[in-house]
Design a protein around this ligand. Structure first.
Ligand code: FAD
Ligand code: UDP
Length: 380
């Protein structure tokens, strides 16, 4: 009889599987996809370029233990992510910084705003756009409105179907405004790309004699939950079930379908060495897609061809497309809580990961949460 079942071979599922295996337990990992890694899955295509199938993923963290854990399974390439925004045809750094200011304003005015920002916010600091638009100083408020309109408004509408003011701080605080020339997208201590890609890293995490991997298997076809008991192939399952898929699906949508954002990716090979000056260009004032990613910029490979992907955000439709992003607003958290409370009726069921916990988390938090859950289960 299988004692520990983990649904999902993404970073959350793979991490906790490895923790169990290292600790001496035998686990079974099931994924409905034929691939491992969940949304971090990548592969080298016919052009010799490593392509990320579910959108651009860059590893960054401040957690020592997460970096240490993952470093057991991959070597790293140094990579600091820099993003440009296409503002009415001008490419400027995002997060918006003092260079972006000088790129978009006449020099005299930019100088004045810069001095004001330094006086009000402090040189070297960062500030959320939602705070900046409420600044007491009129000139700063006008500047903030300009940044709101040209960097945040349309991109956010495209990405979430809501305007920034309808979304919580959780989303809008992720990309601040810098009162400095800091032009990196992330400021974490560790910023790297796995040398042989994310799939290889996850494959190494899962490679352990006590981990049994079953791909192309939908857990919903073999697992059912009823009245505080979990059933596996119709028989009561008394082991531990860790679930990293959508929790509404697990409970047959008894409280309704949780809202997610889905994505559509349009990949293209371009017959030239370079397509754009940065790995990612955000389209913040035009276009239906949110951003274009050029994969060779992650690895600094020089080839005569280059692969790009245009990313379109879509409403999630159950059974029709993939749920990528939980939409972290109050009413959805309340909706999700009904499922989380339902899960508490099952003493051997644990929800983990971006989908099951309905949390807008990065890769490092996925790994961190998995490590924390393992420690909790072991009473550490
Ligand atoms: P997932 O990767 O979604 O894995 C869940 C797995 O469960 C999937 O493989 C799925 O097939 C499987 N599953 C679901 N239901 C079932 C079922 N019924 N039966 C069997 N299997 C099932 N993070 C960063 O740190 N940096 C970035 O640059 C970054 N960029 C991102 C870009 C995009 C477009 C997206 C969508 C996310 C990005 N992230 C980024 C976040 C990152 O992808 C997640 O934090 C992380 O991958 C979450 O891992 P997970 O295992 O929780 O979920
Ligand atoms: N955002 C924006 N313009 C940008 C970059 C980000 O409006 O040029 C907003 C948008 O709402 C986005 C959020 O900030 O969804 C978080 O951006 P981040 O890059 O962290 O999102 P990710 O792609 O990692 O999910």
């Amino acid at each position: 009889m299988e004692k520990i079942i983990i649904v999902g071979a993404g970073l959350s599922g793979a991490t906790i599987a490895r923790m169990f295996a290292d600790g001496g337990d035998t686990v079974t990992v099931i994924d409905k996809r034929d691939t491992i890694g969940g949304n971090v899955y990548d592969y080298v295509d016919k052009n010799g370029i490593r392509v990320q199938v579910y959108g651009p993923h860059i590893f960054h963290t401040d957690y020592e233990d997460v970096f240490e854990f993952l470093s057991r399974f991959t070597e790293w390439n140094e990579y600091e992510h820099r993003v440009l925004a296409n503002v009415k045809g001008t490419l400027v750094p995002v997060p918006f910084n003092l260079k972006s200011l000088f790129d978009l304003y006449p020099k005299d005015k930019a100088e004045r705003i810069k001095e004001r920002l330094i006086a009000e916010i402090g040189e070297g600091n960062k500030v959320s756009i939602m705070q900046l638009v409420q600044n007491e100083n009129k000139e700063i408020r006008e500047f903030a409105q300009f940044v709101y309109n040209n960097i945040f408004y349309l991109y956010t509408k495209k990405q979430w179907g809501f305007s920034p003011s309808q979304l919580g701080k959780e989303i809008m605080n992720r990309v601040p405004v810098y009162i400095s020339y800091e032009d990196r997208y992330f400021t974490d201590k560790y910023q790297f790309m796995p040398k042989q890609g994310f799939t290889e890293m996850v494959s190494n995490i899962l490679r352990h004699p006590r981990i049994q991997l079953k791909l192309g298997k939908d857990a919903k076809k073999i697992i059912s939950l009823y009245d505080g008991k979990i059933y596996l192939n119709g028989k009561e399952f008394e082991g531990t079930l860790i679930y990293t898929g959508c929790v509404d699906e697990l409970f047959d949508y008894k409280y309704g379908v949780l809202p997610y954002r889905s994505l559509k990716f349009k990949f293209k090979t371009i017959k030239k060495e370079s397509f754009q000056p940065a790995a990612v260009v955000n389209y913040t004032t035009s276009k239906k897609y949110t951003r274009i990613t050029e994969f060779s910029k992650f690895t600094c490979e020089q080839t005569d061809k280059t692969d790009i992907v245009k990313e379109y955000s879509k409403r999630f439709k159950k059974g029709k497309n993939i749920p990528y992003y939980p939409i972290p607003i109050e009413k959805n958290h309340i909706h999700h809580k009904k499922y989380a409370d339902e899960a508490k009726n099952y003493s051997n069921l644990y929800l983990l990961g971006r989908l099951a916990q309905y949390k807008y988390i990065n890769m490092d938090d996925a790994v961190k949460n998995a490590m924390d859950l393992y420690r909790k289960l072991k009473g550490d």
